[in-house]
Design a protein around this ligand. Structure first.
Ligand code: SF4
Length: 248
């Protein structure tokens, strides 16, 4: 049976193999606090509804003030005014008998150029943007799915454009595409999926890259001896209770 991978899964793999193990191999996948997503979710919904010309007035009167304020800044920007090819476009991409899936905020056209637009509200723009899996996979997916999207472009007509609102100011970071980058991404994806599928021992990074990670007490970054204790499959309930204590 083919494996499937989300963009977040590959980002987690890059960040910390141990977190990847807890999230996707042992499938602990602890739900994140919904409060962390309130602003982003609200703004993305408003932008999507606006792109579909749905009536916004009833939502705007009851939405939180910060959601309306950030939405207004993005919706007034030149990026939201470009002709729309797709909004909240979901894709599945076959790579070497595996499937990669994701969802792109908006694809828009500016003259003969296509922009993949990613709205950033709470979280920052990844740095360096040109090395982030989200940037690379979205570029690759749009270029591969031209027929489905009804476009026909050369690689250098495609750009990933992050659009961020930070302290009420707009910031953009762009990553241009090219034929060479398309080939590099294909090679990198193939190699990475091969490595993930062949890995059975997941390594800790030299330093923790995520101060909000719920696995701090069990991953071994603070106390290496706990790893051995919790690696026994019988210890799964203990793992869950330690993580739950960390979160709640
Ligand atoms: S706490 Fe840090 S080192 Fe441990 S699993 Fe999470 S991200 Fe990795």
């Amino acid at each position: 049976m083919p494996e499937s991978y989300s963009v977040n899964q590959l980002k987690t793999w890059n960040k910390c193999q141990k977190k990847y193990e807890f999230d996707y191999v042992r499938k602990l996948l602890w739900p994140a606090n919904p409060k962390n997503f309130r602003l982003g979710k609200g703004v993305h919904q408003l932008l999507d509804y606006a792109s579909r010309k749905l009536p916004l007035a009833p939502i705007l009167t009851s939405a939180d003030a910060d959601i309306v304020s950030v939405w207004q800044i993005l919706n007034d920007s030149k990026w939201a005014k470009l002709p729309i090819i797709a909004s909240e476009w979901g894709f599945s991409l076959e790579i070497q008998k595996s499937w990669l899936y994701g969802r792109i905020d908006r694809i828009a056209q500016e003259d003969d150029r296509i922009h993949i637009l990613d709205w950033k509200t709470g979280t920052g723009i990844p740095y360096p943007a040109q090395e982030d899996w989200q940037t690379l996979i979205y570029l690759y997916a749009v270029f591969e799915a031209q027929k489905e999207l009804g476009i026909s472009i050369k690689a250098d007509q495609l750009t990933f454009t992050y659009v961020q609102v930070n302290h009420n100011a707009l910031k953009t970071v762009q990553v241009p595409y090219s034929t060479a980058l398309h080939e590099q991404i294909q090679d990198r994806l193939t190699q990475t999926l091969d490595i993930i599928q062949a890995t059975s021992s997941f390594q800790l990074p030299p330093q923790c890259p995520d101060r909000f990670c719920p696995y701090r007490k069990i991953c071994g970054i603070e106390s290496p001896e706990i790893l051995e204790e919790l690696s026994d499959p019988q210890a799964e309930n203990k793992v869950k209770s330690v993580v739950a204590e960390e979160i709640f």
